[in-house]
Design a protein around this ligand. Sequence first.
Ligand code: AMP
Ligand code: GLY
Length: 422
Amino acid sequence: MNVLLLGSGGREHALAWKISQSDKLKNLFIAPGNAGTSTIGENINIDLNNFSSIKQTVIEKNINLVVVGPENLLVNGIQDFFINDTDLKNIPIIGPSKIGAQLEGSKEFAKKFMLRHNIPTAKYLSVSLETIDAGINFLEQLSSPYVLKADGLAAGKGVLILNTLSEATQSLTEMLNGKFGEAGKRVVIEEFLKGIEVSFFVITDGNSYKMLPEAKDYKKIGENDTGLNTGGMGAISPVLFANSEFKQKVETQIIIPTINGLKKDNISYKGFLFFGLMNVKGNPFVIEYNVRLGDPESEVILPRIKSDILDLFQGLANNNLNTKTLQISNDTVSTVMLVSGGYPQSYEKGKEIKNIDSVKDSIVFHAGTKIHNNKIITNGGRVLAISSYGKNINDALSKSYKNSEKIQFEGKYYRKDIGFDL
Ligand code: AMP
Ligand code: GLY
């Protein structure tokens, strides 16, 4: 079959890499893709915000299946656009409906969903400028630190954790007055959950689901989890503290109620669902839902999936995921993100990347790269994810680090402590 994959980051290179291994694949197109995806498929440079240019590509390239990488397309209703278009309605798309994508697109929607379906999560109150007094009142009842979340999509920058009540009150006021634009005109105030974070993933056709490997990502720019938040600086899978007892709790207390909740609420959902969890003394709580795979989590979980991913996608398209098998490798996979100097604040692009070809025992997934004058150059904050298989964490990480050292570009930075807490 002919597949169109939408997106341009490390997640999409990892998806392209996995899709390209399928016997069912005829041609793979990635829009817009990056320098890495161009080596395994054909990049198509279109503006993804323009759904009619996606439609044109689907028709021109005779596409049989569309895989959506990033959340904003889903939140903006790409799935609904396909279903409602006479030419596209029979072309399966991997990703939920616009209403399903609200699990990520609106923190308040997600909180109400969890409350309705009895899914463990932090206590909260959702407020707007009109109800700011109730918000301050709620903050006064909580104890430090205080968690404030912009309701809408904010590219990972919409969550503030404040140590004092006065900082929290001030930030709440600023957010509601437009500091985060439209996304922050409504704010979810949450109780702080103390524990260790872990990400779980399922793929679902809306009826049945399969659990993918879990992963831990490292969101802070600095070692020992210090400094600013990033999209993710590295990841490990599996996560050893997520033992079988914990996984059982995740499945019965979170995953099954979520899938059943979607059914009860009549929400059409075919795609990946990502559960950002906090392990609080052995009990899982949902911190957030994402309606897609994570990045850099994809760069460690996709390499652990042994089964044909297009076969699983066909299970979504044909509502028979329950007849498919999913095999997971017992290997550990680590990834280390090489980023541009200055990221997550301002950074320069266009630096030549050298020595990628010298990497033999890791997979180099491209995140922010492009080809310019036959050279691979940096084109984003997160540049490359260096993923490696190993017998255990140290074995995998030693390869990721050896190769992170080899690859060169001006301003290269990476965290040297990925997995430090495991
Ligand atoms: P989110 O975008 O909702 O995943 O939040 C970003 C990060 O903020 C999470 O990965 C957590 O590290 C942290 N966080 C969010 N909500 C909470 C909470 N209720 N308690 C503790 N930490 C939180
Ligand atoms: N690495 C976190 C995310 O993809 O949201």
